[in-house]
Design a protein around this ligand. Structure first.
Ligand SMILES: NC(=O)c1ccc[n+]([C@@H]2O[C@H](COP(=O)([O-])OP(=O)(O)OC[C@H]3O[C@@H](n4cnc5c(N)ncnc54)[C@H](O)[C@@H]3O)[C@@H](O)[C@H]2O)c1
Length: 428
């Protein structure tokens, strides 16, 4: 007998699908949203909304509605106005500065930058510029020669942080750039504890390079013209390898910086860290340590205190003197540029010590006496940078000459020595 099993599921059923839409007529698909918009005065409300938004973005004072002070517009002390321009770095300027009004939420975020030694003389001026540019800055300093007063005007700014830390100890921070300045720079300070000086240069630099490698940050080393020692080539080009005493009293600094340069290049070649090297020549300006043994600060402090200006040796040894705003401009261009370096950053104007003493006399006290003392060991006879490489590749050259820069420093020194600020009494 044939099987009676029948699977009824295969029978075709009449389909009554209540949800299947009828194919729309093409004209209806266009008119339906239009009719929706016109209903209940919706269109008027939409147009009104657009008008209010347009008015808001046109007349709002800035993209920020935060009542906090506008730190970017705070004056930067001591800088020549023509030298603080950010013209050279237009792509770095915060978007709100470039374009005027920008809707909330789409502003360019500034960079996160560590400045080691940022409470010192050069570091604090660099911090001023970075903060003014809109970046977030973390200063790492052990206050050996730096002072909180140098950066105090940024306290309370949410884009500024200060960490008391010795760079010979490791540190982990998430940052985009590292300016590594931490190191005592004047002979009085670096000779105070030579072993610590070399440790700062070697272990401190290693730590900061390690940090750069770990977080993928760009690293800039502030090296020095001292790597040329007592130079046999004049003026000094970056290709010159120097004439340095490896066992002298200045070697902790000179050889320390040479080693720091070596480490920097090895991290670059071996670990692919993006690095920059600046060789800084004598720099002066406000916030230098008083009585730190550097010739400009010595002369200025002595002249203000009515003491004789101390000239070591016959006073015919030469130096070049760079105003701090020029140096900061060079450091920032180097960091933002494409070239590793090393780059000489200094003012090629060459002065003998006696010529410098004359400028100080003219600026502060024409009656200031000169006192000669025996020269210190390993004091270089000549120092003058060849800055053609920085001119060609960074488009940088110093703008502030000694007679313009010295009065700016004198008013700061006068205030710190006497606790007053006699404007106009700086140049006679
Ligand atoms: N000013 C110049 O003429 C000149 C010339 C050549 C090179 N440089 C270099 O520029 C950099 C800054 O020099 P400056 O003139 O501002 O000197 P500075 O002494 O005023 O500043 C150095 C800063 O580094 C800090 N520091 C020192 N050792 C540290 C450590 N172990 N850990 C953390 N912080 C430490 C100090 O407290 C200070 O704030 C230095 O690296 C220096 O070698 C300066």
């Amino acid at each position: 007998m044939a099987s009676e099993l029948i699977f009824r599921g295969h029978e075709t059923q009449p389909v009554h699908d209540a949800y299947s839409p009828k194919p729309l007529k093409p004209w209806f698909s266009i008119t339906r949203p239009i009719r929706y918009l016109l209903r209940d005065q919706r269109l008027i409300f939409i147009l009104l909304g657009i008008a209010i938004a347009t008015l808001f973005f046109t007349f709002a004072p800035s993209s920020r509605n935060n009542p906090a002070p506008d730190y970017d517009s705070l004056p930067i002390p001591y800088f020549q106005h023509d030298s603080i321009s950010t013209k050279s770095l237009p792509y770095r300027m915060p978007i709100h500065t470039q374009l005027g009004k920008v809707p909330l939420g789409i502003q360019r975020k500034g960079l996160r930058i560590v400045v080691t030694g940022g409470a010192g003389f050069v570091g604090s001026h660099l911090v001023d510029r970075l903060i003014a540019r809109g970046d977030s800055v973390i200063v790492v300093d052990n206050f050996f020669t730096g002072r909180k007063e140098n950066v105090m005007h940024h306290f309370g700014n949410p884009r500024f942080e200060l960490i008391r830390h010795d760079v010979v100890e490791p540190l982990l921070l998430e940052v985009d750039q590292i300016y590594h300045l931490a190191c005592p720079a004047s002979p009085v300070h670096y000779k105070f504890n030579p072993v610590k000086t070399i440790k700062t240069n070697v272990v401190g630099t290693l730590n900061m390079l390690g940090l750069a490698k770990r977080v993928g940050a760009r690293f800039l080393l502030t090296s020095t013209s001292e790597v040329y020692g007592d130079p046999l080539q004049h003026p000094q080009k970056e290709t010159y390898w120097g004439n340095v005493n490896p066992i002298g009293v200045r070697s902790c600094y000179d050889e320390g910086k040479r080693t720091a340069e070596t480490l920097t290049m090895d991290y670059h070649r071996g670990a692919g860290v993006e690095v920059r090297i600046a060789r800084i020549f004598n720099t002066y300006g406000p916030r230098m340590c008083l009585d730190d043994g550097r010739v400009v600060s010595n002369f200025v402090a002595q002249a203000l205190r009515k003491e004789p200006l101390t000239v070591y040796g016959d006073g015919k040894q030469t130096r070049s003197f760079q105003y701090v705003s020029d140096l900061v401009e060079g450091l920032m261009r180097l960091m933002e540029g494409e070239h590793v370096g090393p780059f000489n950053l200094g003012n090629p104007g060459e002065f003998t010590m006696l010529e410098l003493a004359k400028v100080v006399q003219d600026t502060i006290d024409p009656d200031a006496k000169i006192e000669y003392r025996p020269n210190t060991e390993d004091d270089p006879h000549k120092r003058k940078p060849d800055i053609s490489r920085a001119k060609d590749l960074l488009g940088w050259e110093p703008k502030v000459d000694l007679r313009k820069g010295l009065p700016l420093m004198v008013s700061d020194f006068r205030q710190r020595i006497f606790g007053d600020h006699k404007e106009g009494a700086t140049s006679t």
